[in-house]
Design a protein around this ligand. Structure first.
Ligand code: C2O
Ligand code: CU
Ligand code: CU
Length: 461
């Protein structure tokens, strides 16, 4: 690692101290960030980076520090998978097997977690299975779930926030036969968008300066590109969107007022196409959405914005007239509903570092869940939200949200593995572990909360 990279909090106390010091620094304006503010929709924009595609079959994956391009001739030191920021987009089909030979080229331990993938415990990247610097680890698992967008990122004990923030993340796309039958846009018309915030030091290198309330970046990146732009044809596009931020929530919208054509989220397709005008997307949540440029004249510019931050995330410019396939599906695959839970479990997300009053202990198993049993899990918080609640080992179906925002949003239907919990809210989900027995995690995906201990081990038995 470079000396100016604040890696390696060895204890929670170190983390908290650094976080508080950083907060002071930010308040004093001590951290300068890259680039001047851009005029709305204007300025020079950089071509959007599209990570190369890789198959997970006999695949070699290395995490190491490197220098990556950010667009416009700017570069940054980063932690990267196979030298890429974000990492390669891994593409596989249901029924394939992933055999990933991972090498840790970092100067500290790490693991690779396949967020959203239902995998056996030894392949889940649990912090117990730390891969020391210089060591290798085989992540082997069959792909047993339906088409969806998942992602991979580090999950080491108390160091997840820094490693993800400094660049380690990539998309993992699963395909299946149902998806193939829908006639969705493909090839150049299907584009992954990993959206996140970031901070940079005076020399323009990514810097991790967390606060206990969560890392707040001053600059947005899409696929690692600063001020990105995508030239599009007069066609229907499919965007596979991931909020890759440590803590930031995006409220996505298009500046031409057109609604999104939303077809899927964390666990694959929704049951029906919906057209929300804006979408609130918490850390680790995903979207599968279509944008229709077919009737736009060449020269039209459309901006993907975050309404909450007032950011221009990605500019589309229609540059070529074509007549190609790709359609908005009339129907989407049906989803079998979980029902009749036999147990209710309560999870209170307390403060910034506890679940049900307990800080994470890597060696403590907090509860056991019978394999194949449908359960109702109720998430509440006594403050310091938002807490994006994430579960390993299974997806869930959101049943209700009471108080707070008081509703289940259209982008929260279907199968989810991460759900946003705001102050005052109670969110109920139905969940059933029918993948594997073994050790899994539930945690807050605000990575600073996770690192401070808002995480719990459980066993599927
Ligand atoms: Cu994306 Cu346990 O994490
Ligand atoms: Cu996960
Ligand atoms: Cu939290």
């Amino acid at each position: 690692m470079g000396n100016d990279t604040p890696l390696g909090f060895s204890t929670r106390r170190d983390f908290v101290r650094t976080a508080i010091a950083s907060a002071g620094l930010l308040a004093a304006g001590g951290v300068r960030v890259l680039g001047a503010p851009k005029p709305p929709g204007g300025g020079t924009r950089n071509p959007l980076n599209i990570p190369p595609i890789a198959s997970p079959n006999n695949y070699g994956l290395t995490a190491a520090q490197t220098v990556v391009p950010l667009g416009g001739g700017k570069t940054s030191s980063a932690l990267a998978y196979n030298g890429l920021f974000p990492g390669p987009t891994i593409l596989a089909s249901t029924g394939n097997t992933a055999t990933v030979a991972f090498t840790n080229g970092l100067s500290e331990g790490t693991t690779v977690h396949w967020h959203g993938m239902v995998v056996p415990t030894p392949a889940d990247g649990h912090p117990k299975d730390l891969v020391p610097p210089g060591a290798s680890y085989g992540y082997n698992f069959p792909i047993i779930q339906r088409a969806c967008l998942n992602w991979y990122h580090p999950h080491p004990h108390m160091m997840t926030g820094e490693q993800v923030n400094l660049g380690l993340a990539g998309a993992f796309i699963v395909r299946d036969a149902e998806e193939a039958g829908l006639g969705l846009p493909s090839g150049d018309y299907e584009v992954p968008l990993i959206i996140r915030d970031a901070n940079f030091d005076r020399s323009g290198n990514l810097i991790y300066n967390p606060r206990t309330t969560g890392f707040v970046g001053q600059i947005s990146l899409v696929n690692g590109t600063l001020d990105p732009k995508l030239n599009v044809d007069t066609a229907l596009y499919r965007f596979r969107v991931l909020n890759g931020s440590n803590a930031r929530i995006f409220r996505l919208a298009l500046d031409n007022g057109a609604p999104f054509i939303l077809i899927g989220n964390d666990g694959g397709f929704l049951e029906a196409v919906v057209q929300p005008g804006q979408i609130e997307l918490g850390p680790a949540e995903r979207l599968d959405l279509l944008v229709d440029f077919r009737n736009m004249p060449v020269g039209t510019k459309v901006m993907l914005k975050c309404l909450d931050a007032g950011w221009n995330l990605l500019q589309f410019e229609v540059t070529r007239q074509v007549s190609v396939g790709g359609q908005v599906p009339a129907t989407l695959p049906s989803i079998s509903k979980l029902s009749n839970p036999v147990t209710t479990r309560f999870f209170s997300f307390d403060g910034m570092s506890k679940i049900n009053g307990l800080e994470y202990d890597i060696n403590r198993t907090d509860f056991q869940v019978p394999y194949g049993q449908t359960e109702l899990w109720r998430f509440t918080t006594n403050g310091n939200a938002p807490h994006p609640v994430h579960v390993h080992g299974a997806s869930f179906q959101v049943q209700s949200r009471t108080k707070g925002r008081g509703t289940v949003f259209p982008w929260e239907r279907g199968w989810k593995d991460t759900v946003l919990l705001q102050d005052q809210e109670t969110v109920e989900v139905l969940i059933r572990f029918d993948g594997y027995r073994g050790l899994y995690l539930i945690h807050c995906h605000k990575l600073e909360h996770e690192d401070m201990g808002m995480m719990s081990n459980f066993k599927v038995v």
